[in-house]
Design a protein around this ligand. Structure first.
Ligand code: GLU
Length: 417
């Protein structure tokens, strides 16, 4: 494993939280590795008639609190180390926000944008079939992540349902979350992560005598998370002064028109070329109140952190800040609202979707919103209290809270046999 191992980074974060609460060594050992690592290779026929062997992963980190839960990432760079880290973060995230769910993550090493719709559907169906009984509504419940969406979740659910007996075909809908509403999804799931990022930021504002109205925000990523966060923040009166993605970065000090930017991105698959804005060379050097990395891991490195000019970083993405950068930010007095708190809104509403599937009842948008807000708020309160108690960063405090709940559960249940 190289020194840049993302999994090693996740374990180091667990260790820091563990040190704060004096976590027993046996729990550190358990949480230092995933329980199960499922790797499948399966053939997929491309539209030109040729075949390609595709590798897929499902890493099940921990299920002491409930069924394994976490997204499926479709990206050329997906590898075992990355998915192991992402799975561990799901365990921490679910525990932190008080969900009766464990942690998992999966993915396929493929660029979905290079596939036709038919090819993508064949990948999803073969992958789901290859996973077989490794997933299930009471066992391991996938969801969207980078490169996947409701369409992919609908195909996963349909494939799994067709592989189940006819009498179970409808009761297994909760095998994945993030489905389209008509296929059993929940209202509010699509924007849930971005909405949760906004709640986390609002909570931070409340504790720092700030208001969202008038805050200047820089956003990296305009996908599943960043797009909704930017829109909702702008609706709350914040100014989105710069947005960057894989195509480039654009900005406007008086605030971008996020709606128009969304239409541009739909058409051009990226923010570059958005006419009503300036081109920006260095997104993270833009002076702002808030920086919201909502794209990939390892974006805020040590050198990027040295140039940041903001008060708070709110992590919409998983793992966007390296440990070295964390140290720089702490030294500079820049707060970091950690991923396991800031982006937990997605898995919270996934849990609501799973509950709705189990009871075959649909909740209203107000129900979803109010319950999501209250879970995020309670978690943010717990993190702030732990940060004050231990004199720790929000990240270390979040891990301390999550690990204490896991340890409490293990203490009561014991370790089998
Ligand atoms: N992929 C999202 C995350 O990283 C959502 C997971 C879920 O809804 O299960 O939190």
């Amino acid at each position: 494993m190289s020194s840049s191992s993302l999994h090693r980074q996740a374990v180091a974060q667990i260790d820091r939280g563990a040190d704060l609460i004096g976590l027993a060594p046996q729990y550190r050992a358990i949480l230092g590795q995933p329980k199960n690592e499922v790797i499948v290779n399966f053939p997929v026929q491309l539209d030109d008639g040729t075949w390609r062997s595709v590798r897929g992963y499902r890493i099940q980190h921990n299920n002491i609190l409930g069924p394994f839960k976490g997204g499926m990432r479709f990206d050329e760079g997906v590898d075992l180390d990355e998915v192991k880290a992402l799975a561990a973060w799901m365990t921490i995230k679910c525990s932190l926000v008080g969900l009766p769910l464990g942690g998992a993550k999966g993915g396929v090493a493929i660029d979905p944008s290079a596939l036709s719709e038919d090819e993508l559907r064949r990948v999803v169906r073969r992958f789901t079939a290859a996973l077989g009984s490794n997933i299930g509504p009471d066992h391991d419940i996938p969801a969207p992540d980078m490169g996947t969406d409701a369409r992919v979740m609908d195909w996963m659910m349909d494939t799994y349902a067709n592989m189940s007996g006819p009498e179970r075909r409808n009761s297994v809908k909760g095998v994945v979350t993030g489905k389209s509403i008509i296929c059993g999804g929940s209202v509010g799931r699509e924007e849930a992560t971005g909405r949760g990022v906004l709640y986390a930021l609002r909570h931070w504002c409340g504790e720092h005598d700030r208001v969202l109205d008038g805050l200047d925000i820089v956003v990296q990523g305009f996908g599943n998370v960043g797009r909704h966060f930017a829109r909702l923040a702008a609706e709350s009166g914040a100014r989105i002064i710069a947005v960057g993605d894989h195509t480039g970065a654009i900005g406007d000090p008086s605030g971008l028109d996020v709606h128009k930017l969304g239409l541009h991105v739909d058409e051009h698959r990226g923010v570059a070329g958005f006419g009503a804005a300036d081109v920006i060379d260095d997104l993270f050097a833009v002076e702002a109140d808030v920086v919201a990395p909502c794209a990939l891991e390892n974006q805020i490195t040590e050198s990027v952190a040295r140039n940041l000019r903001c008060e708070v970083v709110v992590e919409g993405a998983n793992g966007p800040t390296t440990p070295e950068a964390d140290a720089v930010l702490a030294g500079a007095g820049i707060d970091v609202i950690p991923d396991v708190l800031a982006n937990a809104g997605g898995v919270i509403v996934s849990y609501f979707e799973w509950l709705q599937n189990r009871s075959a009842r649909a909740w209203s948008a107000d129900d979803v919103d109010e319950r999501q807000r209250s879970m995020m708020w309670d978690a943010a309160d717990a993190v702030s209290a732990a940060a004050a108690e231990y004199g720790a960063s929000y990240r270390d405090a979040a891990y301390a809270v999550a690990l204490a709940r896991l340890a409490d559960t293990y203490d009561r249940r014991g370790i089998f046999p």
